[in-house]
Design a protein around this ligand. Structure first.
Ligand SMILES: [Zn+2]
Length: 306
């Protein structure tokens, strides 16, 4: 793992807009947050993608002929060869997934009647490989922080007797669509994606800091509220909790496998950046997420556990 520190400076600018022709040499700057994702652009007359990492203040340089994006600040340069990748294959509408026994009409409830050993839970470490996720002020990658918490969660789930499966155990890229697909195919009872946050355009880049859990449908929301309750109790205000929020993400919209997405903290706030490598915090967070999943699987909520 190579991590190059990037000292960020205040720069005025604009991220390349969707469909922009960047010509042969073009410098693009980002200030404040950019949402994660990708932007279709043209470089040297060829279609290319700029992967938006969620960095809250980075300068991006698409250099002539190199197919590289450089994050530059002062004398520090971090080169990420995002554009040398072929464009991701465009897929059609989402595939029809097989209906699971506990899905939709007959399975809005958690698998309360099954022993933990019979319950498979997918733990997804968000991002990976060329997709770094958010970047902290000192150039740490969200993808690495996610993997640590995902592993801690899987360990804690295993200790509770569950069959925990990680979507990735090291640093590689998995297309978003393939992450819940694996959970569907293995008939998992739940899918929990682990992320660390970065502020949106309208949020304060330094002060924004909270723990949140995202869900989209009713079955996901029940899972999310159990996970959120445990996480907020474990965090004890550091960071404060925002409860369950709604988001139609590729990893939360599944109607068949109850799914949620955890944003453990903000890597962009100074305290949040410091906390992402704290082994005690990582273990505590993993245990809290696992306990929340366990509460949900057993049909209990935290209020009754206390
Ligand atoms: Zn993320």
């Amino acid at each position: 793992m190579t991590i190059l520190p990037i000292a960020f400076a205040a720069l005025t600018v604009a991220f390349p807009r969707e469909g922009a022709d960047l010509g042969s040499v073009r410098k693009c700057y980002v200030i404040g947050a950019v949402d994660g994702g990708e932007t279709n652009v043209t470089v040297n007359g060829k279609a290319a993608y700029v992967y938006r990492t969620g960095a809250w203040a980075a300068m991006v340089d698409v250099a002539e002929g190199t197919n590289e994006i450089r994050a530059v600040a002062g004398t520090n340069t971090a080169i990420r060869t995002f554009l040398s990748l072929p464009p991701p294959e465009r897929k059609g509408p989402p595939p029809e997934y097989p209906k699971l026994p506990y899905a939709l009409d007959d399975a809005q409830e958690p698998p309360t009647n099954r022993a933990p050993g019979e319950i498979t839970v997918y733990v997804d470490a968000g991002h990976g490989g060329h997709d770094t996720g958010a970047i902290s002020p000192h150039g740490w990658f969200e993808k690495d922080a996610n993997l640590l918490v995902a592993k801690a969660t899987a360990t804690a789930l295993s200790a509770l007797g569950y069959n925990a499966v990680l979507t990735r155990e090291s640093d590689f890229f998995i297309p978003l669509e393939d992450r819940p697909k694996a959970a569907h195919e293995s008939r998992a009872a739940a899918f929990v994606s682990i992320h660390h946050n970065a502020p949106g355009h309208s949020q304060d880049a330094v002060k924004s800091r909270y723990v949140s859990v995202y869900a989209w449908n009713a079955i996901g929301e029940a899972l999310a509220s159990s996970v959120s309750a445990r996480l907020e109790k474990a965090a004890d205000g550091e960071p404060p909790g925002k409860g369950v929020l709604h988001a139609n993400f590729k990893v939360t919209r599944s109607p068949q496998v109850p799914s949620c997405l955890v944003e453990v903290d903000f890597v962009t706030s100074p305290a949040g950046e410091e906390a992402i490598w704290n082994p005690l915090r990582i273990a505590r967070t993993g245990k809290a997420i696992a306990a929340g999943i366990d509460d949900w699987c057993r049909g209990r909520n935290l209020e009754k556990v206390k």
